[in-house]
Design a protein around this ligand. Structure first.
Ligand code: UDP
Length: 327
């Protein structure tokens, strides 16, 4: 198949492009490089374009005639989304509708969407399965949930077939060392801890130690980026075969606390990491853990890199590479 990867120059998108090429698919990446990097796209065709431009989208569909679209291009910072809801609704929602409209016009009917655990809001129970009620608490989560709702209507009206993949905490890096997480500014826990370990940052701050968890720090479900991309590939194959839209929660099903992640990072890196205790971050639930049994059952998906030290080890290889580059 020929797959259009929107946001293929970003963290998750670039790993996806690599995996699609390895699976012998053709790829065209569509990315405005606002947060991604051209040299993270390891192959296939590349179109520099913005989702708000219908003309750019039309030109890409006409020139490359993709069979399916995977959409990774979105803003991802919860705090920023509260201050700048306009930015999040415009890019994450309105621009996604622009993409869907272009797909319909060009008769491309298979869509894989990067959604998020943030659509669930404060968990009513954990682990969180697909039946858990949705109640996003911030514009980031709301913008993703709005797309999920629009997709159901687009299926009904236009026959679009889609899979929504709700990510828990994507982490790690390609074991080859060729790709990794390159957010600027970086806000995610594991890369920040590793920057503290490598000396690129003086310390890490723990956002709250008074949560109702065994050690008082927040528990999250870290899923290796390669396992996450593998689920996309399985979802795409199944979607094209079965023509059935669906939703899957993607995580390892194992929660690790912020303190456990710091301890594991110290073991992996052999460095003592300087930790400061900070206040709670607004909107952080105490525990977010996925129940991914639906994906395991329906897609035959089994995470291969579920071990926390493996995830951190691969991210560490990448951090050291970034450190060498900065020198
Ligand atoms: N966190 C932290 N210090 C940091 C960054 C994150 O203590 O500098 C905590 C955060 O409060 C959350 C967990 O680490 O409980 C994971 O946060 P991250 O931003 O990586 O992902 P999120 O869970 O927000 O998607």
């Amino acid at each position: 198949m020929k797959i259009m990867v929107v946001g293929g120059a970003g963290y998750i998108g670039s790993h996806m492009v690599k995996m699609l090429l390895e699976a012998k698919h053709e790829v065209v990446t569509f990315d405005n490089l606002s947060a991604g990097f051209r040299d993270s796209v390891l192959g296939g065709d590349f179109v520099e374009g913005d989702l708000c431009s219908r003309a750019a989208l039309d030109a890409c569909f006409v020139a490359h005639r993709p069979d399916a679209v995977m959409h990774f291009a979105s803003f991802i910072q919860v705090g920023e989304s509260v201050r700048r809801p306009d930015k999040y609704y415009f890019n994450n929602f309105s621009n996604t509708l622009n993409l869907l409209d272009a797909m319909i016009a060009h008769k491309v009917r298979h869509f894989i969407f990067s959604s998020t655990a943030a659509i669930f809001g404060e968990p009513q129970y954990v682990p969180i399965d697909e039946l858990h009620p949705t109640n996003p608490l911030n514009p980031y989560g709301k913008s993703k949930w709005m797309v999920e709702q629009a997709l159901a209507d687009y299926e009904h009206a236009f026959g679009l077939k889609y899979v929504c993949l709700r990510y828990f905490n994507a982490a790690g890096a390609d074991p080859s060392g060729l790709l990794g997480e390159r957010h600027e500014p970086e806000t995610h826990l594991i890369p920040l801890i590793l920057r503290a370990a490598s000396g690129r940052l003086p310390h890490i701050q723990v956002f709250g130690r008074d949560y109702d968890t065994p050690d008082g720090t927040c528990v999250r479900d870290y899923i290796h980026i390669v396992d996450l991309c593998a689920a996309h590939l399985l979802a795409l194959n199944q979607l094209v075969q079965n023509e059935q839209s669906s939703h899957f929660n993607l995580g390892n099903g194992a929660g690790f606390s912020v303190q456990q992640v710091i301890d594991a990072a110290e073991r992996v890196t052999g460095s003592k990491i300087k930790v400061l205790d900070g206040a709670r971050r607004a909107g952080d639930p105490a525990r977010l853990v996925a129940d991914s049994s639906k994906a395991r059952l329906a897609l035959g998906w089994t995470p291969r890199y579920a071990d926390l030290e493996t995830i951190i080890g691969d991210a560490w290889r990448w951090e050291r590479k970034m450190l060498d580059k900065a020198d």
